[in-house]
Design a binder for this molecule. Sequence first.
Ligand code: GLA
Length: 335
Amino acid sequence: MEASNNRDIPKLREVFGRSFDIGAAVNPRTIRSQRELLAYHFNSLTPENEMKFESLHPAEDRYTFEQADEIADFAASNGKKLRGHTLVWHNQTTDWLFQDGKGGTVDAETLLARMKSHIHTVMKRYKDRIYAWDVVNEVIADEGPELLRRSKWLDIAGEGFIAKAFEYAHEADPNAELYYNDYNESHSAKREKIYTLVKGLIDRDVPIHGVGLQAHWNIHQPGLDEIRAAIERYASLGLQLQITELDVSVFDHEDRRTDLTEPSERMKDLLAERYGRFFELFREYRQHVAAVTFWGAADDYTWLDDFPVKGRKNWPLLFDERHRPKEAFWRVVNG
Ligand code: GLA
């Protein structure tokens, strides 16, 4: 049940409305279980999984739009903006896309033709409802000297698949804002690789309008100075930025403990402190930051429950499991 006694607290979308949009990732369950909270605080939504390739396009001649439509309808009937996520990714993509039907691998030309057909079909369906798309997600290699991550896309089509994705997307909906989106975006080595990729696209006149900083952060990492450096570096490309998947794990990356049934006082303090500082920074760069989207709305549902540690709950958002504002919320709001 939703707590309904939070009616007189400030609305995030009003507090930040003059600076940037405030979004949340949703799914068919949370548009019901978090309906009031979503309606009250956010002015933008992103489908968490429902517009990914495997959700929309399970077989070459079959699309499944029901859940995506449900989210698009919820956004429209509540007057929320909608971001599309995501067109080209190495994960959550069905195998048929890369196969030739005879047990082999498809050739580059066929793969690109399928990509084009997918992008056109999906983007045209939501043309009037989705204002921005994550066109390409996570193609940069986290470690090592290589710029691009190994993937079927890269193996089959070569690095040109990235530019093609943006070109097809621009053809499909010339009004849509087109984003490159990635995580570990504030890590200096990866930041430079993302910069190099995007700069290369701009130099070749590829239609790209923004960089999405996923911002899956935690109570210690990355440092404020690293986040600032990343924002400045991407902004220097002359594109707009969005924080696309913000959450703040109360566990360090290496922390594997599973004994907690609630966050410790220290975790709560750090969470509040960090959130406050992040929003100070986002405000400072509001000229560049067009939207801040949380990857979830309240702690009753987060993809970080059970990930990366099975059987462990996490508390990474501004609202608790009963949708009450946490101390982190007040730090964000009161600056
Ligand atoms: C990445 C993807 C998201 C989502 C998260 C985990 O960041 O971009 O779509 O899958 O991982 O929920």
